[in-house]
Write a protein that binds this ligand. Sequence first.
Ligand code: ADP
Length: 444
Amino acid sequence: MPNPSDARPSKSLFWADFKWLVSLTVIAGGVGWMLGSLAWGLVVGFLAYYLWRSYAIQKFYHWLNRSTVDPPPDLSGGLWFVANEFYASKQQEQRTHQQMMGLIKKIRASLMALQDAVILLDRDDCLEWWNASAERLLNLKSGDQGKEVFDLINIPEFIDYYRSAKSPNDGVRLKSWRDSERFLQCEVTHFGEEKLLIIYDVTRLQHLEQMRRDFVGNVSHELRTPLTVLMGYIETFSDQPDLDPKWQRGFSLMTQQTRRMNSIINDLLLLSRLENEEVGERQCIDMPRLLTHIFDDAQVYNKEFGHLIDLHIDSQQNLYGSEVYLNSALLNLVTNAIKYTPKGGEISVSWQAVKGGCLFAVSDNGIGIAPEHIDRLTERFYRVDSGRSRATGGTGLGLAIVKHVLYQHDATLKIESVEGKGSTFKVFFPSHRVCGVSELKTDE
Ligand code: ADP
């Protein structure tokens, strides 16, 4: 049996069969001619060729049905080449199949060994496959196959997240519905029409984060009283008319620094409150009125900077939320624009209705922010230039507070900036936060 790899026809399949046809008819024609009838000889030759090829086709057909064995050696002609090609590709396919099966087994085994729950969901969001951790963490049984994922995790936050998650994302953290002491992080990844749901047990991380929050909250709280006493005495001594002039500078620095510490502690306490509890208040805030107040406060702060500040209220829409917290967050964005713009700059504050909600925006033509800093600005104590921030009385916590307040109001912050040219901070409030229109008349 020739090696199948050598068996590829060097000429076309037509010639492989044609040479047999010619040989048989020539031999049979020659014999017929010698016996006195060339025509009968040719007929017999054709017939013999036809029967021989029919027999070969029959054999080829039988072999096709069990093509894992070598092709029969007596196929000859074009059929022999076809059978060998077919056999070689079939063997290659089997090798690939075995490799793939081996790989799938390995992947399954490693998914089974994972500490995190992995669940494969079909296009209808029904359970297709899961690993051992999913069984343990979610108490899945074989009868759950084909059930809808929402029958398993019927929690509004999860359903909202699952329906909106399209691209890789941070997922959603939930209190375990089976064990209230545990916390689970759920992440959905789409591939084709199917989805992969991965659930991590983040109880330890949650406890650590809580410890960190409690620690910062407690420390700030404990420092507040001694600091208030210090500030009181320093201010009393500074106000003494007979204070020795050589102490004056020292007292003025102490006043400045204790005030700064007080601002940091107040901001840390506010952050800790925002992290630990939901903004309970949910009133319909008159936004044009609130923005007018913010504008008036900003004008007072602006006195030493002399910027030109514009307020454009293009929408009368109001928002559900906490007026105190929103006032603090939005004012923070405006005072930042004032602080980080060289004297005599231009600042524009606007409120407008946009597709799907409302937009608050603050633009300045100030120092701007280099692109590498933008994603980190809402981290605690992150400053592009800490010297400048301190000089302007910044605590480095303003944007962290803004982020938390906006999160509590389902709003998102977008920062656009060009270094040396200016920045725009945009806050988008989704339409479910909108609650009617203000009666305040604003000058357009
Ligand atoms: P800070 O108290 O330092 O102002 P924030 O958290 O409010 O702290 O802001 C963080 C940093 O973001 C600031 O230190 C500053 O570098 C940068 N920043 C914020 N707003 C602006 C702005 N409008 N223009 C330029 N830089 C800004």
